[in-house]
Design a protein around this ligand. Structure first.
Ligand code: CP
Length: 331
């Protein structure tokens, strides 16, 4: 999927004195629910600037020089953890990975005590992934560091929501007025929640599509449309974001079989042919080929899956910069 870069501000490393002040004044990024449209747009615009930095021969900027970023991951991750590490390194921060399975949590130390000990080593920003909804929010009340939610249970995954918004805005040139379907396991998806908040605030129409057991009707109150047959709404979609079935969060079988799920909801070439010519297909990953989408669709021309990963780096640079990137001499 080709991408067009909308005009953004000058790079944060080279600020434009004529730029209006950023609406961003937050210490933490805990979710997209609490962000305004202006704050979301500020992150996306800053990410565009950092995307330009990635094209330079020298990719590092000194924005976080002398700062320490800790990755506290209590759940597995491929994309988010490595993307945050690389983003922090590109901003010249010192980065330390914390691995819960080999930590003193196994000896009974609490989550908060662990974080306080990490902070005592001089941590400035904690990037937190945890299976319990609200864990990053709890930490933000007990430590002085900036907290970034890197996924809390089925609640929110704000940087995934932001990188999805950036990918849509780059491909389509706008968000407002688009129809975006989130397909699959909405009930257990933090990506769905962050996408819903971000897309609605930026003026998109959001369709939540999946089996009745996986689509909470309560989300209609936020202004989303609910559908249970992908084939009924396919032709109206500008973007389809296919979500992974979160088997690890389901307490019981919520549909008869994977084969049945795939029959009704998997993105196939046949469904792509029935959709708009310029349909954009997103998937947050990890993807299950043959369950949520076929290999041909995952690797096909409508797929922006690897663009999402690429844009994730710029989004995470932007978030780290906005939360902690004051030049040391300015302090
Ligand atoms: N999309 C996402 O959060 O992927 P990881 O679980 O690999 O970080």
């Amino acid at each position: 999927m080709s991408t067009a870069t909308p005009a953004g501000p000058a790079t944060p490393a080279d600020p434009d004195p004529a730029s209006p002040p950023s609406p961003w004044t937050r210490k933490h990024l805990l979710g997209l629910e609490e962000l305004s449209r202006e704050e979301i747009t500020a992150v996306l615009d800053t990410a565009e600037s950092f995307s330009e930095v990635s094209n330079r021969s020298r990719k590092k900027v000194p924005a976080l020089q002398g700062r320490i970023v800790f990755n506290l991951f209590f759940e597995n991750s491929t994309r988010t953890r490595t993307s945050f590490s690389l983003a922090a390194k590109r901003l010249s921060a010192d980065v330390q990975d914390f691995t819960a399975s080999v930590s003193s949590i196994s000896k009974g130390e609490t989550f908060i005590d662990t974080a306080r000990n990490i902070e005592a080593m001089g941590c400035d920003v904690m990037v937190v992934r945890h299976p319990t909804p609200g864990a990053p929010h709890l930490l933000s009340q007990h430590v002085q560091s900036s907290i970034i939610n890197a996924g809390d249970g089925a609640h929110e995954h704000p940087t995934q929501g932001l990188l999805d918004l950036m990918t849509i805005r780059r491909a389509k040139g706008k968000i407002e007025g688009l129809t975006v379907a989130l397909v699959g396991d909405i009930a257990h998806s933090r990506v769905a929640r962050s996408n819903i908040w971000g897309l609605l605030k930026l003026g998109a129409r959001v369709i939540l599509c999946g089996p009745p057991t996986l689509v909470p009707r309560s989300l209609e109150r936020l202004g989303c449309e609910v559908a249970h047959r992908l084939d009924d709404v396919l032709h109206r979609c500008d973007v389809i974001n296919v979500l992974r079935i979160q088997f690890e969060r389901q307490q019981r079988a919520l549909f008869p079989s994977v084969a049945e799920y795939s029959h009704f909801y998997m993105m196939t070439q046949e469904r792509v042919r029935k959709a708009k010519d310029d349909l954009l297909i997103l998937a947050p990953g990890p993807i299950n080929r043959g369950v949520e989408l076929t290999p041909e669709v995952a690797d096909g021309k409508h797929s922006a899956i690897l663009d999402q990963v690429h844009n994730g780096l710029a989004v995470r640079m932007a978030v780290l910069y906005l939360l902690g990137g004051k030049a040391p001499e300015a302090e």
